[in-house]
Design a protein around this ligand. Structure first.
Ligand SMILES: Cc1cc2nc3c(=O)[nH]c(=O)nc-3n(C[C@H](O)[C@H](O)[C@H](O)COP(=O)(O)OP(=O)(O)OC[C@H]3O[C@@H](n4cnc5c(N)ncnc54)[C@H](O)[C@@H]3O)c2cc1C
Ligand SMILES: *[C@@H]1O[C@H](CO)[C@@H](O)[C@H](O)[C@H]1NC(C)=O
Ligand SMILES: *[C@@H]1O[C@H](CO)[C@@H](O)[C@H](O)[C@H]1NC(C)=O
Ligand SMILES: *[C@@H]1O[C@H](CO)[C@@H](O)[C@H](O)[C@H]1NC(C)=O
Ligand SMILES: *[C@@H]1O[C@H](CO)[C@@H](O)[C@H](O)[C@H]1NC(C)=O
Ligand SMILES: *[C@@H]1O[C@H](CO)[C@@H](O)[C@H](O)[C@H]1NC(C)=O
Length: 532
């Protein structure tokens, strides 16, 4: 799909306003032009011919693409920071909510859906990347994707990479502000652990950097979800050293081939492996057909920052049961390893630049595991794989650097003591309520089944795997402290309270809000007084 069609966009200055545009719209548009420093802001209204394609182009979850999904009054695609400033100022003045979209991968569609009148700030055109090899750093605009970042780093150097996720179309705006983990996270931590500076537009429309935003706000937007605090314009990130050769293997075992015992054993090994090695588990249903319910298969996917020979040696010593052989290993460059993980042919790194990818309906949930699960417990999980067409469960091992960074360093607090994270996914391709209910219900049942085996009080979850079942604010995004604490401590533990304090200081009127935004406490007290 072509990117944004600028030629068709409505520009604020010199626009021939359609006669159907209402007075309120007119005032809003005039506000934008007065506040935009006389440079043109690209705006799409429902009447603009490309409105729908722009709205839909980065929607990853087809659950939120139907005609019944609430649509924005306007989509703004900033080309300049002043466009973001003007949008914030005018939306606030005119009582419109803002949804900010970078890569559009939000699991619950919060970057482009709202139940109250809203405007989308679509940052896809705000995607410049400036890599400084000498300084081992890069400035990345919020609308860039992580695939673009990997490609631009690789274009300049083979000596550095960046520790973020595997899916190349994920946007850095949401991903970095909610954590961001991938192949290098056992060695260097999360993307959010490697942010050096940031530019952000606050609720007053001011542009702030690390120094002017202050320690608290800079802390909050690295893992606490920037969407509660402002609009991130760009990040400065620390590049991390990578070796000349990276080795990957992918060994698949079905239940018949002993997957259950191997997965059980894996729990005692994966988080203690050298930090150069990430051995993740992807568990899927295989070979299902009309005649047979098929089986469950576990893929042991390893990414090693080093050569095959050394990897084989480690596997023989640490996990001989898996029986990894030299032929299972593929050596490549670091950039190629990102291409491989994106499931592209490794000699086509330019595919990392594409922003489109095939999409499906999905629902996901997450857990953190602190004690190995018994073989019987695991078996109960596999049994549930036969209940829907495309279940997927991913185990990502922790340990290494993740166990060293303090829980309070940034809002992301799932560190020491975590053996692995689980993600449960249901994928489907069929429209309609029936398929949706069947699959969503499945994730809820599995989640319930797993209760005794995973973290407790709170039962923790990963903010970037957003799950509105964990609890949500009112439809208009407001919430009392206690209401938000329900979901808040699952994502952030005790860091939730500091997030509330930061929010209360920087956005006391709660302009930036959504179904899972951090509430300011003053607003909460105010509403109690209102009740009296
Ligand atoms: C296919 C797929 C693969 C994934 N793989 C991984 C992975 O390997 N590792 C991992 O850690 N996570 C992964 N994720 C989860 C991903 O990190 C989150 O969904 C992330 O929030 C997406 O960021 P985005 O910019 O693409 O999303 P968006 O939908 O654009 O935004 C997500 C949230 O952040 C807010 N936001 C976005 N941009 C800004 C901004 N500039 N300023 C303020 N707020 C903003 C939005 O309003 C929204 O609330 C994956 C998701 C998908 C769908
Ligand atoms: C423009 O949109 C408004 C609603 O937003 C609608 O009433 C009107 O018919 C549309 N005009 C055209 C020309 O499509
Ligand atoms: C806005 O206008 C002022 C004064 O003309 C100028 O100094 C500034 O650089 C402009 N800013 C932008 C964002 O264009
Ligand atoms: C799936 O079935 C095919 C054909 O029967 C067989 O060759 C293959 O090994 C099976 N795969 C799994 C994972 O069981
Ligand atoms: C993305 O777009 C490119 C270029 O238009 C196209 O070749 C490719 O097939 C698309 N990929 C997906 C997954 O839709
Ligand atoms: C938001 O919704 C809540 C509950 O529905 C309501 O009490 C409150 O007044 C609303 N606040 C705003 C600012 O709309």
């Amino acid at each position: 799909m072509p990117l944004l069609y600028h030629a068709l966009a409505l520009f604020v200055l010199g626009i021939p306003l359609a006669s159907s545009t209402s007075a309120a719209d007119l005032n809003f548009l005039q506000c934008l032009s007065h506040n935009s420093n006389h440079s043109k802001i690209p705006i799409y209204t429902p009447n603009t011919s490309s409105y729908t394609s722009i709205l839909q182009f980065s929607i990853q979850n087809l659950r939120f693409i139907s005609s019944a999904t609430p649509k924005p009054q306007l989509i703004i695609t900033p080309l300049h920071e002043s466009h973001v400033q003007a949008t914030v100022i005018c939306c606030r003045r005119h009582g419109l909510q803002i949804r900010v979209r970078s890569g559009g991968h939000d699991y619950e569609g919060l970057s482009y859906v709202s139940d109250v009148p809203f405007v989308i700030i679509e940052l896809a055109e705000y995607q410049a990347i400036d890599v400084d090899v000498e300084d081992a750093s890069a400035w990345v605009q919020a609308g860039a994707t992580i695939g673009q970042l990997y490609y631009r780093i690789g274009e300049k150097t083979r000596a550095y990479g960046f520790p973020a996720g595997a899916c190349p179309t994920v946007g850095v705006g949401g991903h970095f502000s909610g954590g961001g983990f991938g192949a290098l996270f056992r060695k260097y931590g999360l993307a959010a652990d490697n942010i050096l500076d940031a530019c952000l537009v606050n609720a007053d429309g001011e542009v702030l950097d690390k120094e002017s935003m202050g320690e608290d706000l800079f802390w909050a937007i690295r893992g606490g979800g920037a969407g509660s605090f402002g609009v991130v314009l760009s990040w400065k990130v620390r590049l991390v050293p990578v070796p000349p050769i990276v080795t990957i293997f992918s060994v698949v075992k079905t239940l018949e081939q002993g997957a259950n015992a191997l997965v059980h054993r894996w729990q005692y090994i994966a988080d203690k492996l050298p930090r150069d090695l990430l051995n993740a588990l992807l568990i899927r249903r295989a070979n299902a057909s009309k005649e047979s319910e098929g089986t469950v298969q576990a893929t042991f996917l390893s990414v090693f920052q080093g050569e095959a020979e050394q990897l084989i040696h480690i596997m023989e010593q640490r996990f001989p049961e898996l029986g990894v052989k030299r032929e299972d290993c593929i050596e490549m460059t670091y950039l190629q390893s990102q291409v491989y993980l994106a499931e592209f042919p490794i000699d086509s790194p330019e595919l990392l630049l594409q922003r489109n990818q095939s999409r499906k309906f999905f629902k996901a949930k997450s857990d953190y595991v602190k004690e190995p699960i018994s073989e019987i417990g695991l078996r109960g999980l596999w049994e549930r794989f036969y209940e829907i067409e495309v279940p997927e469960v991913i185990f990502s091992p922790y340990g290494g650097r993740m166990g060293e960074i303090l829980d309070t360093e940034i809002p992301y607090n799932h560190r020491k003591g975590v053996i692995y994270k689980i993600q449960y996914l249901a994928w489907w391709g069929e429209k309609g309520r029936k398929a949706s209910k069947k699959n969503i219900d499945w994730t809820r049942r599995v989640y319930k089944y797993m209760t005794p085996y995973v973290s407790k009080s709170p039962r923790s979850a990963y903010f970037n795997y957003r799950d509105l079942d964990l609890g949500q604010n009112n439809k208009n995004g407001t919430a009392s402290y206690l209401q938000a604490r329900d979901w808040g401590i699952k994502y952030f533990g005790n860091n939730f309270d500091r997030l509330v304090r930061v929010k209360s200081n920087v956005d006391p009127d709660n302009f930036f809000r959504n179904e899972q935004s951090i509430p300011p406490v003053r607003a909460c007290r105010k509403s109690k007084e209102d009740l009296r």
